[in-house]
Design a protein around this ligand. Structure first.
Ligand SMILES: Nc1ncnc2c1ncn2[C@@H]1O[C@H](COP(=O)(O)OP(=O)(O)OP(=O)(O)O)[C@@H](O)[C@H]1O
Length: 239
C-alpha cells in the first residue's frame, strides 16, 4: 500500500526566504516511492521557493529534508542529485546544444561514461526527439523543448523527479501530452513532485498539497481535496 511505504523524500517544518523576507513557514511535505504528488498554489504562494530549498538551490532556514535515510538539509545540490533527486526548472535546456547533447549533459550529472543505452531508451519515450537529434534545442517548439527538458532530467535516472510548472507556456493540447507522458513515467515506477497551477495535473496525482501564503493549507488525496468545499470553490470555480 502506498500509504504504508516509507517516504522517499520527507520535508519537515521548512522555513525559507530571500534576505529579510520569509516566504515559507513550516512546510511539511513527503513523497513516497512511485507516487505523483502535486503541489498546487497561486502565483507567489512559494511553490518554486519550496522546490529550490528541496533540491538545494536555496538553503532552508529551519526544518529538515531527508532523502530516504539521508538528511540532505545542508547538502550540496549536486550531491542531492546523486542520491536520486533531479530538478526540472522552467529553463531546463541549453538552447545552443543539440537535442542529443542536451540529453547527454543530463546523463553526465551521474558520471556515466557512455550514456548511449539510456539515450536510446529516452528516444523510445520521446520519438520526436530522435527525429531531430542533431538539431539545436533552440529549433524546437515550446512543447518539444519541454519534452527535451523532461528527457534531459530523466537521463540522470532519478528516483524522484521534481518539476516546476511543466505546463508553463504550453498550449492545452501540449499540456495534455505532458500529462500523458507523466502518467507513463508513473507507470515505470518513477516518483514525481510537480508544482503547478493547472488543475489538469490532478489527473495523474496520487496526493495533493495546497500551498497558500507560504503555508500548507491542505494535504490529502485528490478525492479528499474535491470533497473540501472551500478548495473546490477556490481551485475548480465550483460552488
Ligand atoms: N530571488 C528572489 N528574491 C526575492 N524574492 C523572491 C525571489 N524569488 C521569489 N521571491 C518572492 O517569493 C515569493 C514566492 O515566490 P515563488 O516563486 O516561490 O512562488 P510560486 O508559488 O512559485 O509562484 P509562481 O507560480 O508565480 O511561479 C514571492 O513573493 C516572490 O516575489
Amino acid at each position: 500500500m502506498l500509504s504504508e511505504a516509507a517516504p522517499l523524500m520527507k520535508a519537515v517544518g521548512v522555513d525559507a526566504g530571500y534576505g529579510t523576507m520569509q516566504v515559507l513557514w513550516g512546510v511539511d511535505l513527503d513523497v513516497r516511492p512511485g507516487e505523483t504528488v502535486l503541489l498546487l498554489g497561486a502565483n507567489g504562494a512559494g511553490k518554486t521557493t519550496f522546490l529550490k530549498s528541496l533540491v538545494g538551490l536555496i538553503e532552508a532556514r529551519h526544518g529538515s529534508i531527508r532523502l530516504a535515510d539521508t538528511d540532505v538539509t545542508r547538502m550540496r545540490s549536486s550531491d542531492r542529485m546523486r542520491l536520486g533527486m533531479t530538478y526540472m526548472s522552467e529553463l531546463a535546456v541549453f538552447p545552443d546544444l543539440s537535442i542529443e547533447e542536451n540529453i547527454r549533459v543530463g546523463a553526465q550529472a551521474l558520471g556515466h561514461a557512455d550514456p548511449g543505452a539510456r539515450v536510446e531508451e529516452l528516444y523510445g519515450i520521446f520519438p520526436v526527439l530522435r527525429d531531430k537529434r542533431r538539431a539545436p534545442a533552440s529549433s524546437l517548439s515550446g512543447g518539444q523543448r519541454k519534452m527535451l527538458g523532461i528527457a534531459k532530467a530523466l537521463a540522470a535516472e532519478p528516483k524522484l523527479l521534481v518539476m516546476d510548472e511543466p505546463s508553463a507556456g504550453l498550449s492545452p493540447l501540449f499540456v495534455k501530452e505532458v500529462i500523458r507522458i507523466l502518467s507513463d513515467l508513473r507507470g515505470r515506477g518513477l516518483a514525481l513532485l510537480i508544482a503547478e497551477q493547472n488543475i489538469g495535473f490532478l489527473e495523474v496525482a496520487t496526493r495533493v498539497f495546497v500551498l497558500e501564503g507560504g503555508r500548507i493549507r491542505f494535504s490529502g488525496t485528490v478525492a479528499e481535496m474535491t470533497d473540501n468545499e472551500a478548495l473546490r470553490r477556490a481551485y475548480f470555480g465550483l460552488k
